[in-house]
Write a protein that binds this ligand. Structure first.
Ligand SMILES: O=C(O)CCC(=O)Nc1cc2ccccc2cn1
Ligand SMILES: [Mn+2]
Length: 238
């Protein structure tokens, strides 16, 4: 089935209204399977594999690291940031445009002012136990509102390969274990409602992540940042 038919406006609205909005409202996260289909999903996987083989993926930076803590002990991913317009990212761009449509429609129904998103972070956990310790994507209101992760891993068996994304929904007595399966799209609130970790991976694990910004929270974060910079400048010039 061509993507245009799979994701007609009517089909998209149905998924947003019946799956995404209720799940985000009730539990704070939602995943969809069979998002792009074998052909387009496979094209995205091929493009990510090429990026990995070309050495374009580099060790991700740490936000804040304790002295002496090895980066890979905190996060073992190798990443590249793409906007989707780059040569060799045409299929990635198809994915990003679909996620944009889904999030834009969901934001309207959730009365969220989502203004824009980050570039896409293409990530590879190279196996050998690489993972990502428990963390919150946006713990301090930096503007990031919804995290969307598209997984690309065919024939993934969590018992052997690990790499499960475990979400610890705030205040809930349960955890959610999400396997990074091919053509799966996961969405969740980026703030403290959803601490999560990537359990050690023992096979190459690919994912593409984008973050959508709440316009008001982003503007507020930028204002605080400007104020901090201004006060640091005024202090240093005294
Ligand atoms: O691959 C997955 O299942 C999720 C991995 C994950 O949480 N990645 C991640 C990556 C990040 C990179 C920069 C800043 C914050 C970040 C937060 N989370
Ligand atoms: Mn994260």
């Amino acid at each position: 089935m061509p993507l245009s038919e799979r994701w007609s406006d009517a089909a998209l609205e149905r998924v947003v209204q019946q799956r995404i909005v209720p799940a985000l409202s009730a539990q704070g996260f939602c995943w969809l399977d069979g998002v792009l289909g074998e052909a387009t999903g496979g094209a995205v996987l091929e493009q990510v594999r090429r990026m990995h083989a070309s050495g374009a993926l580099k060790g991700g930076q740490l936000m804040r690291s304790a002295p002496g803590v090895k980066r890979s002990a905190v996060r073992g991913d190798q990443i590249a940031w793409v906007c989707g317009e780059e040569r060799g990212c045409e299929a990635v761009n198809v994915l990003l445009q679909l996620i944009d449509r889904l999030v834009s429609s969901a934001a309207k129904r959730l009365d969220k002012g989502i203004s824009h998103r980050s570039k896409a972070m293409v990530a590879c956990y190279p196996g050998g136990g690489a993972g990502y310790v428990k963390h919150v994507d946006n713990p301090n209101s930096d503007g990031r509102c919804i995290t969307c992760i598209y997984y690309l891993n065919k024939n993934w068996n969590a018992n052997d390969d690990g790499g499960v994304l475990r979400i610890f929904p705030e205040g809930k007595p349960y955890v959610a274990d999400i396997e990074p399966l091919f053509d799966r799209l996961l969405l969740f609130w980026s703030d403290r409602r959803n601490p999560h970790e990537v359990q050690p991976s023992y096979a190459t694990r690919y994912a593409i992540t984008v973050w959508y910004f709440d316009s008001q929270e982003r503007a507020e974060a930028k204002r605080r940042c400007r104020e901090r910079t201004d006060s640091e400048n005024s202090n240093s010039s005294e």
